[in-house]
Design a protein around this ligand. Structure first.
Ligand code: BTN
Length: 246
């Protein structure tokens, strides 16, 4: 137990998300599994998450909310993305949230988040947020798009164990807001920190293959991304239905 959080460090593991998923029944809300090295780190869309041994944060947090309806599950993504962004801003790195939950500095990716939810009786019973934050790594040899790290941006070396307790505190604070009916603040902060909000950029409609010029105008109440094309058409996209051209 460190601070108010139950953090378990693994020297090496397949994936903190997978292990937390397997162990979740016996673990408390806000348990954290962290690893120095993942043999099979998982990313979004079935990709692998590559991270050099001991250089970065690769961890997962278990949430066991008791009052989040299934159709409001995106609030967990918001809380986690905002917690990571708060942490980055405290280090002087003005990050943005690339919907739904990547964290970018300018056009560079510093953190990826993989959320896996359990639903029963229209309620969110558990949520596992797997978070990979590039901390000390300077050379990236995988196919990751536009990676950066805290060290590359601030020219400082970090103690990853200390950084973990810090970032977990920020995420817990945002989680408290999510479950305490203070969702309004979360919504506002998430929109304020949305990558590319209000600016025209090029996107790909993954269903039709169409390339479009559009600007992000917000989210609907299900968490779909609302964009307005240059022609003035308003469209709503689910995750994977739209691609950013960066
Ligand atoms: C992405 O593709 O951007 C999401 C990456 C999520 C990686 C983290 S690292 C800790 C946790 N365990 C995993 O296997 N994946 C997540």
């Amino acid at each position: 137990m460190i601070g108010t959080h139950n953090i378990v460090w693994f020297e090496e593991i397949d994936s903190t998300n997978t292990q937390l998923m397997n162990d979740r029944h016996t673990l408390d809300n806000l348990t954290v599994y962290a690893a120095y090295f993942q043999r099979a780190g998982r990313g979004q869309r079935g990709n692998r998450w590559e991270s050099k041994r001991g250089e970065n944060l690769t961890f997962s947090i278990l949430f066991k909310p008791d009052n989040i309806p299934a159709n409001e599950q995106f609030i967990i993504s918001k809380a986690v993305a905002l917690g990571v962004t708060d942490y980055m801003i405290q280090h002087g790195v003005e990050c943005r949230i690339k919907w739904p939950n990547d964290i970018y500095y300018k056009d560079l990716k510093i953190c990826g988040i993989l959320i896996e939810n359990g639903i029963a009786c229209d309620k969110l019973t558990y949520s596992i947020a797997g978070i990979g934050i590039n901390i000390n790594q300077e050379i990236f040899d995988s196919n990751a798009p536009n990676p950066t790290s805290l060290k590359l941006l601030t020219r400082k070396e970090y103690d990853i164990r200390k950084e973990l307790t810090d970032v977990v505190s920020y995420i817990s604070e945002r989680y408290k807001q999510a479950i305490s009916q203070k969702g309004g603040k979360l919504e506002k902060d998430y929109l304020d920190l949305l990558y590319r909000k209000g600016e025209y950029h090029r996107y790909l409609d993954n269903a039709t293959g169409e390339s479009l010029e559009a600007r992000i105008i917000g989210l609907d109440n299900q968490g779909l991304l609302m964009v307005e094309t240059v022609e003035g058409e308003i469209r709503a996209y689910a995750f994977k239905e739209i691609g950013y051209v960066i």
